[in-house]
Design a protein around this ligand. Structure first.
Ligand code: ZN
Length: 132
């Protein structure tokens, strides 16, 4: 079951510069910054109410986020929906023929996460996340 929008992620070239933009504009600060080599990024979570903005800076030039910035420039990268059970949700989508990037959940900044292919949702990458 989909519970809520967990976060909106923005691909950025430089994390420190992007963090200072959100701090200067709105006084917002990252609560958590972590390198996620599996995803090829350094990620920062900026809490806003019960949601977050996630900033993603590529640390792997061959990774998906680095390629995204190469093709489309900086900007909104994905929307994350929170679910009760990530593996069940991915399995149910796969059964319905939905094009997935991840068939099972894996570690992400927002918990255990899995991505749908942007072709599945009008060109938008959707991340599903289960809190752990
Ligand atoms: Zn995310």
């Amino acid at each position: 079951m989909i519970k809520r929008v967990n976060h909106i992620a923005i691909a950025v070239k430089n994390m420190d510069e992007a963090l200072s933009v959100f701090e200067n504009l709105f006084g917002l600060k990252a609560a958590h910054i972590e390198e996620l080599p599996d995803h090829g990024v350094k990620a920062a979570a900026i809490p806003i109410g019960d949601g977050e903005i996630e900033l993603l800076e590529p640390i792997d030039p061959e990774g998906a986020v680095a390629k995204f910035i190469e093709r489309r420039g900086e900007g909104i990268h994905h929307i994350c929906l929170e679910v009760d059970n990530i593996d069940e949700e991915l399995k149910s989508l796969a059964k319905r023929g939905v094009e997935l990037i991840d068939k099972v959940g894996r570690k992400g900044l927002a918990g255990k996460v899995g991505f749908l292919h942007p072709r599945a949702a009008k060109g938008v990458i959707i991340e599903l996340a289960q809190k752990v």
